[in-house]
Design a binder for this molecule. Structure first.
Ligand SMILES: NC(=O)c1ccc[n+]([C@@H]2O[C@H](COP(=O)([O-])OP(=O)(O)OC[C@H]3O[C@@H](n4cnc5c(N)ncnc54)[C@H](OP(=O)(O)O)[C@@H]3O)[C@@H](O)[C@H]2O)c1
Length: 278
């Protein structure tokens, strides 16, 4: 049996076992995928003992993504630029790490907004945390002309410019609404709007009604930001799509099959988040 898992601290809310469990069943693979709570001070030993514990790899979530980067061989440029790992896999006795958050975001975006092209566009990203790093990098790789990054702690947005170069424009949190008029895409990567967190209170009046609005928060499935944007006619992209698409490459690395993100899978995970989901 091929074994994988997701590690984090805490880990009980992770939906990844539902996603990988669905694919293992669908493709009739003799494998398992579990949640493993790993405390920060046990992380190094867990990664070093991955193979001897019978695992072919694992997913990595909060708060371990940056720490795992230093414990594995990061062999692609994207992962090295981001400095964080969400997928670990073992090959020829060596433990490798990669990051699939950016590709998950882009695939979800293009699935929900198939006519949208990022090339030469101005984009606004709210937030400069771990998820923002992967998304900003992906937007630049896809050819965005400018990525305006607004963050409550402006220094973190300035750090992104130092890391990624002058296509990043740091914006202070109070100036978001003033900077929306030329944006083709608005992405929330902060935790605002998540169940249990304060709402993201944003005046969208200056945003073009042709702009695409994306929120990577997926509890609730449709945040207030997305409801407000949809009400004024913007195409919206829900965060659950990114979660499903970022899982594809890990499954394929561990279990040898490229899995499909199906509407049935979307509905299963969506119902776990919101039992009223139709
Ligand atoms: N859909 C997916 O697949 C996916 C993947 C990864 C993450 N996520 C979601 O994305 C969100 C962020 O995750 P992360 O890993 O990037 O977290 P993180 O590294 O902790 O970053 C959190 C970000 O939110 C901002 N923030 C938090 N509270 C705020 C407030 N009250 N006002 C303004 N800004 C605030 C932080 O600003 P400061 O820098 O000022 O603290 C920072 O930019 C979470 O909700 C997570 O569940 C979704």
């Amino acid at each position: 049996m091929i074994k994988s898992c997701v590690i984090g601290w805490p880990i009980r809310h992770s939906r990844s076992p539902i996603i990988h469990g669905y694919w293992l069943k669908k493709y009739k693979i003799d494998g398992s995928y579990d949640r493993k709570p790993v405390e920060p001070n046990a992380l190094q030993d867990f990664i070093a003992g991955l193979t001897s514990a019978g695992f072919t790899g694992c997913n990595v979530t909060i708060p371990h993504k940056e720490a795992v980067f230093d414990l594995v061989k990061a062999d692609d440029d994207t992962t090295r630029r981001i400095g964080a790992v969400n997928t670990v896999y073992v090959r020829d006795g060596l433990t490798h790490g990669t990051n699939t958050d950016g590709e998950g975001f882009i695939r979800s975006l293009l699935q929900s907004a198939p006519d949208f092209s990022i090339v030469h566009k101005r984009v606004m990203v709210l937030g400069a945390g771990g998820a923002a790093l992967a998304i900003v990098n992906a937007l630049l790789e896809q050819g965005a002309r400018e990525v305006a990054v607004a963050n409550r702690t402006i220094e973190r947005a300035v750090d992104l410019r130092s890391r990624f170069g002058n296509r990043i424009t740091p914006i202070s949190w109070e100036k978001i609404a003033d900077n929306l008029s030329e944006c083709s895409l608005l992405v929330n990567t902060t935790s605002l709007g998540m169940t249990g967190q304060p709402e993201l209170d944003l005046d969208l009046r200056r945003l073009s009604d042709r702009a695409v609005v994306s929120d990577i928060v997926y509890t609730p499935l449709r945040t207030q930001l997305l409801k407000n944007a949809a009400d004024r006619g913007n195409t919206v992209v829900e965060g659950l799509g990114m979660l499903l698409h970022q899982a594809v490459r890990g499954f394929s690395l561990w279990f040898g099959t490229i899995p499909e993100v199906t509407p049935e899978l979307y509905d299963i995970v969506a119902r776990d988040i919101d039992p009223a989901h139709q």
